[in-house]
Design a protein around this ligand. Structure first.
Ligand SMILES: [Mg+2]
Length: 360
C-alpha cells in the first residue's frame, strides 16, 4: 500500500478568549480566562489538522494570528512532514532565533501538522509514533488557593481519582506558605502527592530558606523557585535544599533542555509542548531527558501532552489544567487520575458555536 503524502493547502489562525473552570492565580498575577489561538492546517485531501496555543495574555493574540498568517506562505504546497517543516523553520529563522511568539507559532504549526498526519492515517499521534493509547498519570493543578475556602475543591479532586495535587504559593511571606501547605497536606492526607509552584517569585537565598522550612510536608517537588532563565540559580537552590526541584516549562526548543541538564538545574523536566517545539521538539527533548534520567512531566496542553507522554520513556506526570475545554466539542476527561490519549491525530475538535461565541 502506498499512501499519498498529503500536502498543505491552507493555514488559518483565529483568536478566542475561552472561559476557564477556575481562574489561574499565581504569585505573579492572575489569568482570568484563556487567551488562545486556534490553528487549522488544511491538506490537499481536505483533512484539517488542528492545534491551539496559549497566549498567556490577550495582548499576544493579534500578533500571533498575524504571525501565523505570515508563516502560511512558507508552508503552502509543502508536504505534511513535521520533521521536514521543522528543518525549514530552523533554517529560515536561524539568525532571528525561535524564542517568544515565533517559537509559539512554530510549535503550534508543528502540532497541527502532526494532527493532520494522524488524521490522514486515521490514527492517534501516539500510535503514529509507535506507541499505545496508554492512560498517563495526571495531577490536578491548582493556582494559589485559600486554605479557608478552597479545601472542598481539593477533596473533589481526590474523589475524581487524582493521587497528586499541585498548588501555587509565594503570594506572601513564609508564614503564609506554611499555613497553606500544612492545611493542604492535612486535607489530602499522607498518601497523596503534593507539589508546589513558586512561579519564579523568589531569590536564591529566600528560596533556600522557604523550601527547607516546607520540607516536613513531604513535597514531591518545588517548581520554579527562582527566575526560569536562571539555570545556575536553580542549581544553587537544588544543591542547598532537601526537596526535589522541578523546572522546564520555560525551556525553548531542545537546545534549552541541553543547557539545563549541563547546568544541573533540575531533578525533573517539565516540558511545555508550545515552547519546546511542538511534538517534534518534545520527542527530541524527551530523548535528552531519558539520557539524563530526568522524569518528564507536561505543562498545559493536556490533549497533545497525553499523546507525547504516552511515548516518553521517562514519563512522570501530566499536568491536568484544561485551558481549552470550553471551545472543544469533546474535552478530554480524567479517569481514575489518568488521561488517555485519543485519536484521530491529537484528538481535538473545535466546538464551532463556542468558538464563535468566544471569538475576538
Ligand atoms: Mg509552573
Amino acid at each position: 500500500m502506498n499512501l499519498p503524502i498529503p500536502t498543505i493547502k491552507d493555514v488559518t489562525a483565529r483568536a478566542v478568549e475561552a472561559p476557564l473552570p477556575r481562574p489561574i492565580k499565581t504569585s505573579v498575577g492572575t489569568i482570568p480566562s484563556a487567551p488562545l489561538v486556534l490553528i487549522d492546517v488544511v491538506t490537499d485531501q481536505d483533512i484539517v489538522g488542528r492545534a491551539y496555543i496559549f497566549g498567556y495574555t490577550p495582548v499576544t493574540l493579534r500578533p500571533l494570528v498575524d504571525l501565523i498568517a505570515n508563516l502560511r506562505s512558507l508552508l503552502l504546497g509543502k508536504s505534511v512532514s513535521p520533521f521536514e517543516r521543522m528543518r525549514d523553520f530552523n533554517g529560515t529563522f536561524r539568525l532571528l532565533g525561535r524564542q517568544g511568539l515565533l517559537g509559539m507559532a512554530i510549535s503550534g504549526l508543528d502540532m497541527a501538522l502532526w494532527d493532520a498526519l494522524g488524521r490522514a492515517h486515521e490514527q492517534s499521534v501516539c500510535r503514529l509514533l509507535g506507541g499505545d493509547e496508554t492512560p498517563v498519570l495526571a495531577y490536578d493543578s491548582y493556582g494559589v488557593i485559600d486554605p479557608r475556602h478552597d479545601i472542598a475543591l481539593l477533596e473533589n479532586s481526590l474523589e475524581q481519582g487524582f493521587t497528586a495535587i499541585k498548588i501555587k504559593i509565594g503570594n506572601g511571606d513564609l508564614r503564609k506558605d506554611v499555613e497553606t501547605v500544612s492545611a493542604v497536606r492535612e486535607a489530602i492526607g499522607a498518601d497523596t502527592r503534593l507539589m508546589v509552584d513558586y512561579n519564579q517569585s523568589l531569590t536564591v537565598p529566600e528560596a533556600v530558606r522557604r523550601i527547607n522550612r516546607l520540607a516536613e510536608y513531604d513535597l514531591q517537588w518545588v517548581e520554579e523557585p527562582v527566575t526560569a532563565e536562571d539555570l545556575s540559580g536553580h542549581a544553587a537552590v537544588r544543591a542547598r535544599c532537601k526537596v526535589a526541584i522541578q523546572t522546564g516549562e520555560n525551556w525553548w526548543f531542545p537546545e534549552d533542555i541541553a543547557r539545563a541538564i549541563a547546568a544541573g538545574a533540575s531533578d525533573f523536566a517539565m516540558l511545555d509542548i508550545m515552547k519546546i517545539g511542538g511534538v517534534t521538539g518534545w520527542l527530541r527533548a524527551a530523548g535528552q531527558a531519558e539520557g539524563a534520567s530526568l522524569p518528564v512531566s507536561s505543562h498545559l496542553f493536556i490533549e497533545a501532552s497525553a499523546q507525547v507522554l504516552a511515548v516518553t520513556p521517562s514519563a512522570h506526570y501530566l499536568e491536568y489544567l484544561d485551558v481549552a475545554g470550553a471551545i472543544l466539542s469533546e474535552p478530554l476527561k480524567v479517569e481514575h487520575g489518568k488521561l488517555r490519549p485519543r485519536g484521530p491525530g491529537l484528538g481535538l475538535d473545535w466546538d464551532a458555536r463556542a468558538v464563535n461565541r468566544y471569538a475576538l
